[in-house]
Design a protein around this ligand. Structure first.
Ligand SMILES: Cc1cc2nc3c(=O)[nH]c(=O)nc-3n(C[C@H](O)[C@H](O)[C@H](O)COP(=O)(O)O)c2cc1C
Ligand code: SF4
Length: 372
């Protein structure tokens, strides 16, 4: 969640809690702010289509600025945001009135100027170009892992990314799948309710795309979307996720009461607001402790679930450990409830899979489908 959608106190409390709990803090697309740095946690710097923090005057990607910021040792990974579950394929606008001096500093834009994140990136327009962009970010950041975040839309687009990895021999270090049930400060209702694959569907597709192309051992898979309970986390890990991100779970730990005023700058709990008076009620030291406790207790609950399954580590969870209710009276283990592809099958015998058509349509040189 970006600095701008959340206020300074919320960001610093998250970063401080993450440092204490030894987990990372994703910056969201609003750049790396002084409040992310103040807490001291490991940071994942997200680059959205607005390239905040490494943005040229015309809104395009600025390589020199990226290089400068990416050297910061606190930044551990770079995440290219293609889309998010709450509003896939939709851009975003931060009104000029909200662009304070601090927000302008983090984003690299003039104070008071409206910030637009267009729906698509300008640094690349094809899967192959995206891989080349990812490789250049890795080089400019002196080898930091580079990945992508997206919500699944057209299935051939994700397969096209896998084809581009195979063709260029460039690998993404990680992929984060966001579910259509994801949240945001503001999104059109149609997008919130209907656009983008729900997490379970998107995660299974991403798992199948990576396993089916033999890339799963090289590309780490993460996911987000209402992953606040130990069971939700265990289920996603059983289906192939290597780690889990959560946004609103941590908002609740900061005191969010779901008043749905994030877009009005009038958040009653001082979280999603730039108003200094409202933020006074969010005491950083107090909330950082809650952020830390939420993470610690969720991990404790996860380990109880893992132990109950007779395992020692969540990475040992497999689809066989999770039962999925198909109808009111039919329950199946996940490996039978979902079509889970075998390793390399998309390369060796795609026609034997249910992704045969989309695989044929996917092309490394374009996000558009081949007409077949
Ligand atoms: C207030 C708020 C701000 C967000 N800002 C961003 C953002 O800057 N970049 C992004 O990729 N996702 C953003 N998201 C989406 C979350 O990162 C996450 O993908 C989504 O909410 C699903 O996770 P959750 O169910 O744990 O909230 C935001 C979500 C919220 C609630
Ligand atoms: S309390 Fe309301 S306005 Fe504040 S973060 Fe939660 S939902 Fe948004």
């Amino acid at each position: 969640m970006s600095f701008g959608s959340l206020g300074a106190h919320a960001i610093e409390a998250l970063s401080t809690g993450a440092k204490k709990g030894n987990f990372y803090h994703d910056t969201g697309e609003g750049g790396v702010s002084r409040y992310h740095r103040a807490g001291g946690a490991d940071l994942v710097w997200e680059l959205g289509s607005g390239y905040f923090g490494c943005r040229a005057r015309d809104g395009r990607f600025d390589a020199a600025r990226f290089k400068d910021v990416a050297q910061d040792p606190q930044i551990k990974m770079i995440e290219i945001k293609l889309s998010q579950g709450a509003k896939p394929g939709h851009g975003g606008v931060l009104p000029g009135a909200k662009v304070t001096e601090e927000i302008a500093e983090a984003r690299g834009v003039p104070v008071g100027e409206t910030c637009v994140s267009p729906p698509g990136h300008t640094a690349f327009s094809t899967p192959i170009e995206m891989m080349e962009f990812a490789a250049s970010l890795r080089e400019m950041s002196c080898g930091k892992p580079v990945g992508i975040k997206f919500c699944v839309g057209n299935r051939w687009e994700l397969l096209a990314i896998c084809k581009a990895m195979l063709e260029t021999e460039i690998r993404l270090d990680f992929m984060v799948v966001d579910g259509g049930e994801g949240g945001t400060g503001a999104a059109p209702a149609e997008f919130l309710d209907h656009v983008g694959a729900p997490l379970r569907q998107g995660l299974v597709l991403a798992r199948n795309a990576l396993v089916g192309t033999g890339l799963k051992d090289e590309v780490r898979l993460a996911c987000s979307g209402k992953q606040t309970s130990a069971f939700a986390i265990a289920s996603s890990m059983a289906l192939g996720a290597d780690w889990i991100n959560t946004a609103r779970g941590f908002m609740f730990s900061l005191g969010c009461i779901q008043s749905l005023n994030c877009h009005n700058n009038t958040c009653p709990t001082g979280i999603a607001t730039t108003d200094k008076g409202r933020q006074r009620g969010l005491v950083i030291a107090d909330k950082a402790e809650r952020v830390y406790n939420f993470h610690r207790n969720t991990m404790k609950a996860l380990m109880e679930v893992v132990g109950a399954a007779g395992l020692e580590h969540p990475a040992e969870l497999t689809p066989r450990h999770i039962m999925h209710r198909v109808t009111e009276d039919i329950v199946l283990p996940a490996h039978r409830a979902y079509d889970l592809l075998d390793k390399n099958v998309l390369i060796n015998a795609p026609e034997e899979t249910k992704l045969a058509n989309e695989w044929a349509m996917a092309q490394a040189a374009s996000f558009r489908p081949l007409n077949i």
